[in-house]
Write a protein that binds this ligand. Structure first.
Ligand code: KIV
Length: 264
């Protein structure tokens, strides 16, 4: 696979070419994903749940994230690699700067932060200092205790409008990708049209520019729970490489996510 940069994603958005991405946490899977030409990987703080067996992502530390980012980068030298800033590692712009540096120095090409307008100063601070940012909106798992559970976000008009303006504010602050989790498909479509930067969705319907899955869900091996919007590609293929390749091609040709895997 050739080296993937944000410019490729912008071109794909402009050309209407959908792209797939996945979480990855170790070098072996990162290499397998790269061999199947997965252009974008995310070292997600979901590792707290799928690797560590925690109840939520809050216990994950910046050291955990840096460790797994280094491993994934070694396995996949050419993907566009995003890494999550964990809970409370970006509470102020200065703190965000110090912690983002650890992820960038571990091989990330971009850091991902959860939140909207309150992050404008932080996103400006990071991008002005050469740290690319992905803004995660919708169901932001680090806010599970505010939401009172993992709930679909943006169902009512006011919240939906707020999310659109958050996405625009993040773009204006310098964010280069928006990631939408668990939002109604119509809202995801609206946001994808409202911004020029690529939008990646998970549980956000088929109209976003790209899709992402937690790799454990893609293989049906999540310890406790399989989200309704996810699909077990291993069950259909019986082989990990074929499962990854099927996921990528179903995203590219628009088969995934279909109506069974979409929040109305
Ligand atoms: O941590 C993670 O894996 C994520 C994905 C759900 C997008 O943020």
């Amino acid at each position: 696979m050739k080296k993937i940069t944000i410019n490729d994603l912008i071109t794909w958005k402009r050309d209407g070419r959908k792209f797939a991405s996945s979480t990855a946490y170790d070098a072996s899977f990162a290499q397998l994903f790269e061999q199947q030409e997965m252009p974008v990987l995310l070292v997600g703080d979901s590792l707290g749940m799928v690797l560590q067996g925690q109840d939520n992502t809050l216990p994950v530390t910046i050291e955990d994230m840096a460790y797994h980012t280094r491993s994934v980068r070694l396995g996949s030298p050419n993907s566009l690699l995003m890494a999550d800033m964990p809970f409370m590692s970006y509470a102020t712009p200065e703190q965000a700067g110090q912690n983002a540096a650890k992820l960038m120095q571990s091989g990330a090409n971009m850091v991902k932060l959860e939140g909207g307008k309150w992050l404008v100063d932080t996103v400006k601070f990071l991008t002005e200092r050469a740290v690319p940012v992905c803004a995660h909106l919708g169901l932001t798992p680090q806010s599970v205790n505010i939401f009172g559970g993992y709930k679909i976000q943006g169902r009512d008009q006011e919240k939906a409008d707020q999310m659109v303006s958050d996405a625009i504010a993040m773009q204006e602050a310098g964010a280069q990708i928006v990631l939408l989790e668990c939002v109604p498909a119509e809202l995801a479509k609206r946001i994808t049209k409202a911004v020029d930067i690529p939008v990646i969705g998970i549980g956000a319907g088929s109209d976003t520019d790209g899709q992402i899955l937690v790799m454990h869900d893609m293989f049906g091996i999540s310890a406790n729970y399989m989200p309704k919007f996810s699909k077990n590609f291993l069950a259909e293929t019986g082989d990990i490489r074929k499962a990854v390749s099927l996921y990528i091609s179903e995203v590219q040709d628009g088969t995934f996510p279909g109506s069974d895997h979409t929040i109305a």
